[in-house]
Design a protein around this ligand. Structure first.
Ligand code: PEP
Ligand code: MG
Length: 565
């Protein structure tokens, strides 16, 4: 029974995308730094030297802030901040902006903005490593302009205390500097279950709720309780609610390294790996192998294709962490939300429906050839059991072409990702040729529901709980049974413990997820028999809506409540 205090509480709802409960004061993400007015010039009596000096002072303060932030951070965040601090220390931008002030009387903030545009254009024209630095210049520009105009500096604000970060949405650059020891929960107004924020929150194990209308109107400093399973944000929680959440968070769950149902049906639980330096942590968390190695994460932002030796070095790092076990390497998945400049040429009106994934090899077959050469060399040098799969396969001829290329490189276990409904519906024919299939539920949902996975407004459609998506999973599994080939799932659906049970009931053989989700998925799967998984799968597939499917399944899994999932 809720207490009087609890019934009067204000509660915002959204979509819970990363389970767990945490409370803390709200810290708001600052608005993006606004572009200073074009042509804004100094008053005739203004002292130009003084104005130019203000630019140098602002740049120094941006540099000091970045260095201090880098010193506080660790890992990838530290690297990002150190690189940007170095960029802030480079005198080129300051000198160019000062020259603009002296020659054209532009106000300092506008001069910095314009000078940065020039530096960015020069770097972009140089290509290669230099072109990859344009984003750092833009970041330094924003910080210097913020210092000059009294705006909050961009990026995740610093706080000495743990806090709940509230934002309209978070960009990949914002999330790169997010410190999980300080940020106890994430709440965003936009974003869906497969948005960048959601994937990152799950990887870091931070409770998160996205698509929360009114999130950005909660006053900074307000104490909130975030429930990442229920998708709620409670304002001014009671001391008892806070204590309960803390007790739940303190319970450490581990995974014993063997996924199974309560009656012993084995379901290997594998890890999704992006950057190779995350592979060891996944192995330490007990992952039974890698079900999805997203190779494009090694080369995002590269303007020229990586060389074979560069690739071999990256791939070996992942294979070495999983000696003797299975590692499914996905060939480069470029396009839409994952731009790889060296594979993408013309702008397209509908990038998600364009030349992405496996399709990029039509234009650039040599990139696929080099990658398969590199994967084969890495596999030779290590002992992992290497499987290879292509993203975005839509047809049988694409499957046979890909499998043939893999075999030509000595890669015997060649499979496909099922992310396009056509592949799910032709799984019976596709799996005559491919050794296995791995369902990418993020894209399969996007294409089945015709709902851009990046659009928060479409979040109610963009969920693998949609019965139509579950039917496509079932069709893929039938194709697997017909040909005696394993079908796994490596999309975000596998990391949702209740949905994982449904997937196993539909016939999915392995589940691959962010390593953080392994203990939760293992615990819930271990609480049900295979027969129950099948019953729940039938219930969800036959439901009238995603919401009804989710509710029906969750209400039959009491363990979820016990674990705060
Ligand atoms: C998917 O689409 O479900 C998938 C695993 O691939 P990605 O998220 O990298 O597109
Ligand atoms: Mg995909």
């Amino acid at each position: 029974m809720p207490t009087d205090d609890e019934t009067q509480q204000r509660r915002l709802t959204g979509i819970g995308v990363s389970p767990g409960r945490a409370s803390g004061p709200v810290v708001a993400m600052p608005d993006p730094v606004a572009e200073p007015l074009a042509g804004a010039t100094l008053a005739p009596e203004a002292d130009l030297d003084q104005a130019a000096e203000r630019i140098a002072t602002a740049a120094l303060s941006a540099q000091t802030d970045l260095e201090q932030a880098a010193a506080r951070a660790s890992g990838a965040a530290r690297e990002v901040l150190e690189t940007t601090a170095m960029m802030a220390a480079d005198p080129t931008l300051v000198a160019a902006a000062q020259q603009l002030v002296r020659e054209t009387r532009l106000v300092p903030a506008r001069a910095v903005w314009q000078a940065a545009a020039g530096v960015i254009a020069q770097l972009a024209a140089l290509g290669g490593y230099m072109a990859e630095r344009t984003r750092d210049v833009a970041d330094v520009r924003d910080r210097v302009v913020a210092a000059l105009t009294g705006q909050a500096p961009p990026g995740v604000p610093h706080s000495d205390h743990p806090f709940v970060l509230v934002a309209a949405d978070l960009s990949p650059a914002d999330t790169a500097t997010l410190d999980p020891d300080r940020v106890v929960a994430l709440v965003t107004r936009d974003g869906g279950t497969t948005s960048h924020t959601a994937i990152l929150a799950r990887a870091l194990g931070i409770p998160a709720v996205v698509g929360v209308a009114g999130a950005t109107t909660v006053p900074p400093g307000t104490l909130v309780l975030v429930d990442g399973a229920a998708g709620t944000v409670t304002l001014d929680p009671t001391a008892e609610q806070v204590a309960q959440a803390a007790a739940l968070a303190a319970r450490v769950r581990t995974f014993d390294g063997a996924g199974r149902t309560s009656d012993g049906h084995r379901v290997p639980l594998l890890a999704n790996v992006g950057r190779p330096d995350g592979a060891q942590a996944a192995a330490d968390a007990g992952a039974e192998g890698v079900g999805l190695f997203r190779t494009e994460f090694c080369f995002l932002d590269r303007t020229d294709a990586p060389t074979i030796p560069e690739q071999v070095a990256q791939y070996r790092q992942v294979l070495a962490a999983f000696s003797g076990t299975k590692v499914v390497v996905r060939t480069l998945d470029a396009g839409a939300d994952k731009p790889l400049p060296f594979l993408m040429t013309a702008a397209e009106p509908n990038p998600a429906l364009g030349v992405r994934g496996y399709r990029t090899s039509w234009r650039n077959p040599e990139v696929l050839e080099d990658q398969l050469t590199a994967i084969a060399q890495a596999a030779q040098a290590e002992t992992a059991d290497v499987w290879v799969m292509a993203p975005m396969i839509a047809t049988v001829p694409e499957t046979t072409a890909f499998v043939e290329r893999c075999h030509a490189h000595g890669l015997a276990t060649a499979g496909v990702m099922v992310e396009v409904p056509s592949a799910a519906l032709s799984a019976g024919q596709i799996l005559r040729h491919a050794a296995f299939a791995s369902i990418g539920t993020n894209d399969l949902t996007q294409y089945a529901m015709a709902a851009d996975r990046m659009l928060g407004e479409l979040a109610p459609l963009s969920t693998a709980w949609q019965p139509a998506v579950l039917q496509l999973v079932a069709a893929t599994c039938q194709g697997g049974v017909q040909n005696d080939r394993p079908v796994g799932v490596c999309g975000e659906a596998a990391a949702d413990p209740a949905l994982a049970v449904v997937l196993v009931g539909l016939g999915v053989a392995t589940l691959s997820m962010t390593a953080r989700a392994l203990p939760d998925v293992a615990a819930v799967l271990g609480s049900v028999t295979l027969a129950t998984c099948r019953e729940l799968a039938a219930l969800a597939t036959g439901a009238d809506s995603a919401e009804a499917a989710r509710e029906a399944v969750r209400s039959r899994l009491p363990v979820l409540d016990e674990l705060g999932l």
